[in-house]
Design a protein around this ligand. Structure first.
Ligand code: AMP
Ligand code: FE
Ligand code: FE
Ligand code: ZN
Length: 279
């Protein structure tokens, strides 16, 4: 049996692994195929593809776009993206700059609350174009301003907490189109995490191709529920660990193993987008 992990992060967003480390862990976990899905970037794809090629591992270039529909945050995974697609690159660059601006705003809020974190510390630690709250939390831990990452989120960074700053997001419908015009397949990430089942029909109407049924934070019951939803809406089925390296505890890679037959279905579906659509 061959297995894949189609939801992985590196230090090109908020993971801690380099692409090479990620591929080493994928090998150790006995995976045959991985997809890189860093938040709002495709920057790590070329290096990860090269690391995979060196060990004959199959690679799918991807990204996890932060989007929203009717005020509900939804993460949309793009697979088989053309990482040179200029429309995609221009649009995600705008959201990277929103992320960078938000770091300034979160640090300012922390400073107001008496937490003496410096924005330079966060940017030095993040060292990527797509920084996020985990980098702020890590910088706080590094500077001994808080005991743990969880505490940083619980006290300051979680939605509704005093240093939480909302983020301008692209609409989920746009994210689906953006992925399609870059030759990719659009998949709703971890639907069980966002409690966003009611928006699935709208995404399907916009052309959603698949749904992430298997995910670290999905119970067996949840996975079965999303498999049923996939069948109802004729959606492809994906799954992945959402590994962020050592950012939390043990690396999650290898804990969610997607049977390879699902990858074959993705490849077959991809053919219909092999000639990129117009913008
Ligand atoms: P952002 O994209 O800046 O809003 O940050 C979201 C990222 O923060 C997610 O992708 C997770 O990696 C991480 N995250 C969200 N909630 C928590 C939490 N409670 N504890 C630790 N990490 C979290
Ligand atoms: Fe993340
Ligand atoms: Fe996500
Ligand atoms: Zn993720």
């Amino acid at each position: 049996m061959k297995f894949a992990d189609l939801h992985l992060h590196t230090l090109f967003s908020d993971g801690t692994f380099t692409p090479e480390e990620l591929v080493l862990h994928a090998q150790k976990s006995g995976l045959s195929c991985i997809a890189l899905t860093d938040h709002d970037t495709v920057e790590g794809c070329a290096r990860t593809a090269a690391a995979c090629a060196a060990v004959q591992m199959e690679f799918i270039s991807g990204s996890e776009l932060t989007a929203e529909h009717e005020d509900i945050e939804v993460h949309v995974l793009g697979y088989f993206l053309d990482t040179q697609n200029q429309v995609l690159l221009d649009r995600i660059a705008q959201f990277q700059s929103v992320r960078q601006q938000r770091i300034h705003e979160m640090v300012a809020a922390l400073n107001k609350l008496g937490v003496p974190l410096q924005v330079e510390t966060v940017f030095a630690l993040a060292n990527c174009k797509s920084p996020g709250r985990p980098h702020v939390a890590r910088a706080m831990v590094k500077e001994k301003l808080i005991g743990s990452l969880d505490e940083a989120f619980e006290r300051y960074l979680k939605k509704g907490r005093p240093a939480w700053v909302p983020k301008t997001k692209m609409s989920a419908l746009e994210s689906v189109h953006l992925i399609h015009q870059a030759g990719g397949l659009a998949v709703m990430a971890h639907p069980g995490l966002n409690r966003s089942d009611e928006i699935i029909p709208a995404l399907v109407a916009a052309g959603l191709d698949g749904i992430e049924c298997f995910h670290t934070k999905h119970s067996t019951v949840m996975s079965e529920r999303y498999l049923e939803i996939a069948e109802t809406h004729h959606l492809l089925v994906t799954g992945g660990s959402d590994c962020h390296g050592f950012s939390k505890n043990k690396p999650l890679i290898g804990t969610v193993r997607l049977p390879y037959a699902h990858v074959e279905k993705l490849q077959a579906a991809r053919q219909k987008f092999s000639a990129p659509h117009g913008p």
